[in-house]
Design a binder for this molecule. Structure first.
Ligand code: AMP
Length: 178
């Protein structure tokens, strides 16, 4: 049951609304670790098994509301996935006061810079655009506590290793990587 994981009550409320009743196998096995003591984590499961909620639910439960600098980064290979994850995370966080934004290539970067400056809790990004924003000093990663690499294998296949390494380099040593 989702209630056993120690997720915030606001998150349980949105899960109920979304009709999530029983955790999928990867959720059942992983969420207790991700909610527990901080550590790095590798999860392997096929598409459609509920991976987004596996990392998304602990993430929105752990992020502290009301802070201006981003506390979590989710990096994924494509714009489509970026939008999908953003929609899911915003749904989980519907009753929490968190700013969650997506940044990806092919869209107006000035708009993204303005949004980031207003204060953001979680950023969902494709690697190239995030590197661009870091180089323009539009995003500060000194408060990042968690970096999620979604479809990490796919990102390596697509040649994003260098971008990902340079992003991780700009985040604090104390962060966790999932
Ligand atoms: P994903 O593997 O993250 O793309 O999720 C696949 C689909 O399953 C998405 O539409 C999720 O909203 C849905 N889903 C994930 N976990 C659950 C759950 N525990 N109960 C019902 N639906 C779920």
């Amino acid at each position: 049951m989702f209630k056993e994981f120690g997720l915030k009550s606001e998150v349980l409320k949105s899960l109920e609304e979304m009709g999530f009743e029983v955790p999928t196998p990867i959720q059942q096995e992983s969420i207790p670790h991700l909610m527990g003591e901080i550590s790095d984590f590798v999860g392997l499961a096929q598409t459609g098994t509920g991976k987004t909620a596996t990392f998304g639910l602990p993430l929105v439960s752990k992020v502290k509301p009301g802070e201006k600098l981003p506390q979590a980064l989710i990096i994924c290979p494509t714009r489509e996935l970026c939008l999908q994850i953003t929609k899911d995370i915003q749904n989980y966080a519907k009753y929490l006061k968190l700013n969650i934004i997506s940044v990806y290539g092919g869209s107006d970067i000035r708009r993204q810079i303005t949004d980031i400056k207003k204060g953001v809790s979680i950023i969902i990004a494709t690697p190239g655009r995030l590197v661009d924003l870091i180089n323009r000093k539009a995003v500060l990663l000194s408060n990042i506590e968690c970096v999620v690499l979604d479809e990490a294998d796919e990102m390596l296949n697509m040649g994003f290793k260098e971008d990902i390494d340079s992003i991780l380099d700009k985040t604090p040593d104390f962060k966790n990587v999932w």
